[in-house]
Design a protein around this ligand. Structure first.
Ligand SMILES: [Zn+2]
Length: 164
């Protein structure tokens, strides 16, 4: 082990890498971290002959989401900016499947307040992020992106977006 790695305990490097990943926002929701969205699944830091390599495993919210390449590039750039990491590998994992339960409370609140984005509950019902009504009606299967669809709240007469 080099003096550098001994000085920085592995867990401390892990924390710094995690913070660098958390600094990356979702391209569609610029004030919501991808970590708060529940995309970060695994993170390992290993010392190799080529230097310190961080391996970040992410899961997509929706397998066809076109923003995946952008997110992976942003994560790599953010982590490689750390002086304790020489290289960052980002992998999109096939599983586990993303579920809305992976969102943190902060992300949930922000999506509802800033973007009127609502999540489908386990029983497939929808709760309006604007007025709290549970009478939201699915309107169209096609939304602004493949990750989202559009619904309508008859109670407050607002369109809301549904994250699939
Ligand atoms: Zn409403």
């Amino acid at each position: 082990m080099s003096a550098l790695v001994e000085a920085d305990a592995p867990s401390e490097i892990d924390d710094r890498v995690r913070a660098a990943v958390a600094a990356v926002p979702d391209p569609e929701y610029p004030d919501v971290s991808i970590v708060d969205l529940g995309l970060l699944e695994s993170l390992t830091v290993t010392e190799t002959a080529d230097g310190v390599v961080a391996s970040v495993g992410l899961i997509p919210t929706f397998s066809g989401c076109p923003a995946l390449d952008m997110i992976a590039g942003d994560v790599r750039e953010s982590v490689e900016r750390l002086d304790v990491v020489d290289r960052c590998d980002v992998t999109w994992l096939a599983g586990p499947v993303w579920e809305s339960t992976r969102l943190t409370g902060a992300a949930r609140t922000r999506l509802a307040d800033d973007y009127t984005v609502v999540l489908r509950r386990k029983d497939s019902s929808l709760l309006c992020p604007v007025c709290g009504s549970d009478a939201v009606i699915d309107q169209a299967m096609v939304g602004p992106t493949r990750c989202r669809s559009v619904a309508w709240c008859p109670s407050c007469r607002n369109p809301v977006e549904v994250m699939r």
